[in-house]
Design a protein around this ligand. Sequence first.
Ligand SMILES: [Zn+2]
Length: 302
Amino acid sequence: MIDDAIASESLRNILKNELKSGRTFGTWLFYGKDRDQAFKSALVLAKGLCCDTMKGDFCDECPTCRKINHGVYSDLEVVEDPTGIKVDAVREMIQKSSVTSFEGKNKIFILKDVGNINKYAANALLKLIEEPYPHCFYILLSDTLNILPTIKSRCAIVRIPELSAEELDVPEPIYRFFLGASADIAAWKQSEINLAQDIPYDKIGVYLRKYAEENDFFSKVCIYKAIRSFLDNRPYLTLKDKLQFTEDIAKNSSNRELLKELIRYAVYAQSYAEGLEARLEVKAMLRFPVNMKLALMQIFTN
Ligand SMILES: [Zn+2]
Protein backbone atom coordinates (compact mmCIF):
# COMPACT_ATOMS: atom_id res chain seq x y z
CA MET A 1 0.00 0.00 0.00
CA ILE A 2 1.15 3.53 -0.71
CA ASP A 3 0.79 4.44 2.96
CA ASP A 4 3.38 1.82 3.95
CA ALA A 5 5.74 2.38 1.05
CA ILE A 6 6.14 6.17 1.07
CA ALA A 7 7.30 8.08 4.15
CA SER A 8 6.50 11.59 2.95
CA GLU A 9 2.87 12.58 3.39
CA SER A 10 2.92 15.10 0.54
CA LEU A 11 4.36 12.52 -1.86
CA ARG A 12 1.80 9.94 -0.74
CA ASN A 13 -1.00 12.38 -1.55
CA ILE A 14 0.45 13.26 -4.94
CA LEU A 15 0.74 9.62 -5.96
CA LYS A 16 -2.75 8.82 -4.73
CA ASN A 17 -4.20 11.75 -6.67
CA GLU A 18 -2.36 10.74 -9.81
CA LEU A 19 -3.78 7.23 -9.54
CA LYS A 20 -7.26 8.47 -8.71
CA SER A 21 -7.36 10.66 -11.82
CA GLY A 22 -8.00 7.53 -13.90
CA ARG A 23 -5.89 8.71 -16.81
CA THR A 24 -5.12 6.22 -19.56
CA PHE A 25 -1.68 7.51 -20.48
CA GLY A 26 0.80 9.92 -19.01
CA THR A 27 4.32 11.13 -18.39
CA TRP A 28 5.83 12.09 -15.06
CA LEU A 29 9.14 13.60 -14.14
CA PHE A 30 10.28 12.44 -10.70
CA TYR A 31 13.20 14.50 -9.49
CA GLY A 32 15.24 14.47 -6.29
CA LYS A 33 18.78 14.09 -5.05
CA ASP A 34 18.13 10.64 -3.63
CA ARG A 35 18.02 8.46 -6.73
CA ASP A 36 17.10 5.34 -4.85
CA GLN A 37 14.00 7.01 -3.42
CA ALA A 38 13.05 8.30 -6.86
CA PHE A 39 13.27 4.81 -8.33
CA LYS A 40 11.34 3.27 -5.43
CA SER A 41 8.62 5.89 -5.83
CA ALA A 42 8.44 5.11 -9.56
CA LEU A 43 7.90 1.43 -8.74
CA VAL A 44 5.12 2.40 -6.32
CA LEU A 45 3.38 4.35 -9.08
CA ALA A 46 3.93 1.45 -11.51
CA LYS A 47 2.33 -0.99 -9.07
CA GLY A 48 -0.55 1.42 -8.54
CA LEU A 49 -1.13 1.51 -12.30
CA CYS A 50 -0.95 -2.26 -12.77
CA CYS A 51 -2.09 -4.00 -9.56
CA ASP A 52 -4.57 -6.87 -10.12
CA THR A 53 -6.67 -6.31 -7.03
CA MET A 54 -6.65 -2.62 -6.10
CA LYS A 55 -7.61 0.56 -7.90
CA GLY A 56 -5.75 3.74 -6.97
CA ASP A 57 -3.33 1.83 -4.77
CA PHE A 58 -1.46 -1.49 -4.81
CA CYS A 59 -1.61 -4.66 -2.72
CA ASP A 60 2.01 -5.87 -3.01
CA GLU A 61 0.70 -9.46 -2.99
CA CYS A 62 -0.97 -10.15 -6.34
CA PRO A 63 1.05 -11.78 -9.14
CA THR A 64 1.59 -8.40 -10.86
CA CYS A 65 2.86 -6.61 -7.73
CA ARG A 66 5.15 -9.54 -7.00
CA LYS A 67 6.53 -9.60 -10.51
CA ILE A 68 7.20 -5.86 -10.36
CA ASN A 69 8.99 -6.31 -7.02
CA HIS A 70 11.17 -8.99 -8.56
CA GLY A 71 11.89 -6.98 -11.69
CA VAL A 72 10.28 -9.57 -13.97
CA TYR A 73 7.04 -7.90 -15.04
CA SER A 74 7.04 -7.93 -18.82
CA ASP A 75 5.09 -4.67 -19.18
CA LEU A 76 7.51 -2.71 -17.03
CA GLU A 77 10.66 -1.59 -18.75
CA VAL A 78 13.53 0.17 -16.99
CA VAL A 79 15.64 2.13 -19.47
CA GLU A 80 19.08 3.17 -18.30
CA ASP A 81 22.50 3.86 -19.73
CA PRO A 82 25.45 5.08 -17.66
CA THR A 83 26.67 7.12 -20.62
CA GLY A 84 23.27 8.70 -21.29
CA ILE A 85 20.17 7.12 -22.90
CA LYS A 86 20.66 6.78 -26.67
CA VAL A 87 18.23 7.24 -29.53
CA ASP A 88 18.15 3.48 -30.25
CA ALA A 89 16.85 2.82 -26.75
CA VAL A 90 14.09 5.39 -27.25
CA ARG A 91 13.19 3.90 -30.65
CA GLU A 92 12.89 0.50 -29.02
CA MET A 93 10.62 2.06 -26.42
CA ILE A 94 8.44 3.58 -29.16
CA GLN A 95 8.18 0.19 -30.84
CA LYS A 96 7.22 -1.48 -27.56
CA SER A 97 4.68 1.27 -26.86
CA SER A 98 2.99 0.65 -30.20
CA VAL A 99 2.32 -3.06 -29.76
CA THR A 100 -0.28 -4.65 -27.47
CA SER A 101 0.87 -5.27 -23.94
CA PHE A 102 1.98 -8.72 -22.81
CA GLU A 103 -0.19 -8.78 -19.73
CA GLY A 104 -3.17 -7.00 -21.29
CA LYS A 105 -2.87 -3.95 -19.05
CA ASN A 106 -0.87 -0.76 -18.77
CA LYS A 107 2.69 -0.55 -19.97
CA ILE A 108 5.18 1.35 -17.85
CA PHE A 109 8.56 2.71 -18.84
CA ILE A 110 10.93 4.06 -16.21
CA LEU A 111 13.80 6.13 -17.64
CA LYS A 112 16.71 6.62 -15.29
CA ASP A 113 18.93 9.71 -15.23
CA VAL A 114 17.02 11.49 -17.96
CA GLY A 115 19.06 14.69 -17.42
CA ASN A 116 21.91 12.84 -19.08
CA ILE A 117 19.97 11.82 -22.23
CA ASN A 118 21.64 12.70 -25.53
CA LYS A 119 20.16 15.19 -27.97
CA TYR A 120 18.81 12.77 -30.59
CA ALA A 121 17.30 10.56 -27.92
CA ALA A 122 15.70 13.61 -26.30
CA ASN A 123 14.05 14.59 -29.60
CA ALA A 124 12.70 11.09 -30.12
CA LEU A 125 11.44 11.00 -26.55
CA LEU A 126 9.76 14.35 -26.98
CA LYS A 127 7.80 13.05 -30.00
CA LEU A 128 6.75 10.00 -28.05
CA ILE A 129 5.41 11.90 -25.05
CA GLU A 130 3.74 14.49 -27.29
CA GLU A 131 1.74 11.78 -29.05
CA PRO A 132 1.52 9.07 -26.46
CA TYR A 133 0.09 5.62 -27.07
CA PRO A 134 -2.93 4.60 -25.01
CA HIS A 135 -2.19 2.64 -21.83
CA CYS A 136 1.46 3.70 -21.91
CA PHE A 137 3.00 5.54 -18.99
CA TYR A 138 6.46 7.04 -18.83
CA ILE A 139 8.20 7.91 -15.57
CA LEU A 140 11.34 9.97 -16.09
CA LEU A 141 13.86 10.15 -13.25
CA SER A 142 16.38 12.92 -12.72
CA ASP A 143 18.31 14.20 -9.74
CA THR A 144 17.75 17.82 -10.75
CA LEU A 145 15.17 19.81 -12.69
CA ASN A 146 17.96 20.67 -15.08
CA ILE A 147 16.46 18.96 -18.14
CA LEU A 148 15.19 20.12 -21.54
CA PRO A 149 12.30 22.57 -21.02
CA THR A 150 10.38 21.04 -23.94
CA ILE A 151 10.38 17.67 -22.21
CA LYS A 152 9.72 19.15 -18.79
CA SER A 153 6.68 21.05 -20.01
CA ARG A 154 4.99 17.81 -21.07
CA CYS A 155 5.46 16.04 -17.74
CA ALA A 156 3.64 16.09 -14.46
CA ILE A 157 6.53 17.15 -12.23
CA VAL A 158 6.86 15.43 -8.88
CA ARG A 159 9.56 16.31 -6.37
CA ILE A 160 10.81 13.29 -4.45
CA PRO A 161 11.79 14.56 -1.01
CA GLU A 162 14.84 13.10 0.67
CA LEU A 163 14.20 11.10 3.79
CA SER A 164 15.39 12.79 6.97
CA ALA A 165 17.99 11.35 9.35
CA GLU A 166 15.12 10.58 11.69
CA GLU A 167 13.12 8.73 9.03
CA LEU A 168 16.20 6.72 8.11
CA ASP A 169 16.89 6.20 11.81
CA VAL A 170 20.55 7.26 11.80
CA PRO A 171 22.45 9.97 13.72
CA GLU A 172 22.85 13.31 11.92
CA PRO A 173 26.66 13.01 11.25
CA ILE A 174 26.18 9.67 9.51
CA TYR A 175 23.32 11.08 7.50
CA ARG A 176 25.54 13.99 6.44
CA PHE A 177 28.46 11.72 5.59
CA PHE A 178 26.28 9.88 3.06
CA LEU A 179 24.63 13.13 1.95
CA GLY A 180 21.26 11.63 2.84
CA ALA A 181 21.47 8.89 0.17
CA SER A 182 19.05 6.26 1.46
CA ALA A 183 20.61 3.32 -0.41
CA ASP A 184 24.07 4.06 1.03
CA ILE A 185 22.65 4.53 4.51
CA ALA A 186 20.79 1.21 4.30
CA ALA A 187 24.02 -0.49 3.20
CA TRP A 188 25.94 1.16 6.02
CA LYS A 189 23.43 -0.08 8.59
CA GLN A 190 24.02 -3.63 7.38
CA SER A 191 27.78 -3.17 7.64
CA GLU A 192 29.94 -2.49 10.65
CA ILE A 193 32.06 0.16 9.03
CA ASN A 194 33.55 2.72 11.38
CA LEU A 195 33.05 6.14 9.85
CA ALA A 196 35.33 7.86 12.37
CA GLN A 197 38.40 6.13 10.97
CA ASP A 198 39.98 8.43 8.39
CA ILE A 199 41.45 7.46 5.04
CA PRO A 200 44.22 9.78 3.75
CA TYR A 201 43.32 11.44 0.46
CA ASP A 202 46.39 10.09 -1.32
CA LYS A 203 45.05 6.55 -0.90
CA ILE A 204 42.09 7.23 -3.16
CA GLY A 205 43.61 5.35 -6.11
CA VAL A 206 43.95 2.17 -4.03
CA TYR A 207 40.28 2.13 -3.11
CA LEU A 208 39.10 3.12 -6.58
CA ARG A 209 40.91 0.11 -8.02
CA LYS A 210 39.52 -2.15 -5.32
CA TYR A 211 36.01 -0.84 -5.88
CA ALA A 212 36.29 -1.33 -9.63
CA GLU A 213 37.26 -4.96 -9.02
CA GLU A 214 34.96 -5.92 -6.18
CA ASN A 215 32.17 -3.35 -6.30
CA ASP A 216 32.06 -3.53 -2.49
CA PHE A 217 30.50 -1.03 -0.13
CA PHE A 218 33.59 -0.84 2.12
CA SER A 219 35.72 0.51 -0.73
CA LYS A 220 32.99 2.97 -1.66
CA VAL A 221 33.01 4.35 1.89
CA CYS A 222 36.83 4.58 1.80
CA ILE A 223 36.57 6.60 -1.42
CA TYR A 224 34.10 8.97 0.24
CA LYS A 225 36.47 9.27 3.22
CA ALA A 226 39.43 10.05 0.97
CA ILE A 227 37.40 12.78 -0.77
CA ARG A 228 36.46 14.23 2.62
CA SER A 229 40.10 14.10 3.73
CA PHE A 230 41.08 15.96 0.57
CA LEU A 231 38.41 18.63 1.10
CA ASP A 232 39.46 19.08 4.75
CA ASN A 233 43.13 19.43 3.83
CA ARG A 234 42.68 21.45 0.69
CA PRO A 235 43.65 24.84 2.14
CA TYR A 236 47.10 23.44 2.94
CA LEU A 237 47.74 21.59 -0.32
CA THR A 238 49.86 22.78 -3.22
CA LEU A 239 48.54 22.92 -6.75
CA LYS A 240 50.75 19.92 -7.52
CA ASP A 241 49.05 17.88 -4.75
CA LYS A 242 45.65 18.85 -6.06
CA LEU A 243 46.51 17.89 -9.63
CA GLN A 244 47.94 14.61 -8.37
CA PHE A 245 44.67 13.88 -6.56
CA THR A 246 42.68 14.66 -9.71
CA GLU A 247 45.01 12.47 -11.74
CA ASP A 248 44.65 9.58 -9.25
CA ILE A 249 40.87 9.69 -9.61
CA ALA A 250 40.86 10.02 -13.40
CA LYS A 251 43.44 7.27 -13.84
CA ASN A 252 41.71 4.79 -11.59
CA SER A 253 38.08 5.31 -12.55
CA SER A 254 37.44 3.29 -15.67
CA ASN A 255 33.74 3.50 -15.03
CA ARG A 256 32.12 6.73 -16.16
CA GLU A 257 29.09 6.29 -13.94
CA LEU A 258 31.32 5.89 -10.89
CA LEU A 259 33.22 9.02 -11.85
CA LYS A 260 29.99 10.94 -12.09
CA GLU A 261 28.92 9.66 -8.71
CA LEU A 262 32.24 10.76 -7.16
CA ILE A 263 31.95 14.17 -8.74
CA ARG A 264 28.44 14.50 -7.43
CA TYR A 265 29.59 13.44 -3.97
CA ALA A 266 32.48 15.91 -3.97
CA VAL A 267 30.28 18.75 -5.21
CA TYR A 268 27.62 18.24 -2.57
CA ALA A 269 30.15 17.52 0.20
CA GLN A 270 31.91 20.82 -0.34
CA SER A 271 28.83 22.83 -1.19
CA TYR A 272 29.06 24.72 2.07
CA ALA A 273 32.50 26.02 1.12
CA GLU A 274 31.89 26.93 -2.52
CA GLY A 275 29.83 29.59 -4.20
CA LEU A 276 26.55 28.49 -5.72
CA GLU A 277 27.65 29.50 -9.18
CA ALA A 278 30.62 27.15 -9.28
CA ARG A 279 28.41 24.29 -8.25
CA LEU A 280 25.85 24.96 -10.92
CA GLU A 281 28.57 25.10 -13.51
CA VAL A 282 29.83 21.65 -12.54
CA LYS A 283 26.32 20.26 -12.49
CA ALA A 284 25.70 21.67 -15.94
CA MET A 285 28.95 20.14 -17.14
CA LEU A 286 27.83 16.72 -15.99
CA ARG A 287 24.93 16.83 -18.41
CA PHE A 288 27.15 16.80 -21.42
CA PRO A 289 29.73 14.30 -22.61
CA VAL A 290 32.58 16.51 -21.46
CA ASN A 291 35.96 15.33 -20.44
CA MET A 292 35.41 14.10 -16.90
CA LYS A 293 38.96 15.02 -16.00
CA LEU A 294 38.13 18.61 -16.79
CA ALA A 295 35.19 18.46 -14.42
CA LEU A 296 37.40 16.93 -11.72
CA MET A 297 40.00 19.65 -12.13
CA GLN A 298 37.30 22.27 -11.91
CA ILE A 299 36.18 20.91 -8.55
CA PHE A 300 39.44 19.94 -6.93
CA THR A 301 41.90 22.62 -8.03
CA ASN A 302 39.74 25.72 -7.76
ZN1 LIG B 1 -1.24 -5.95 -6.45
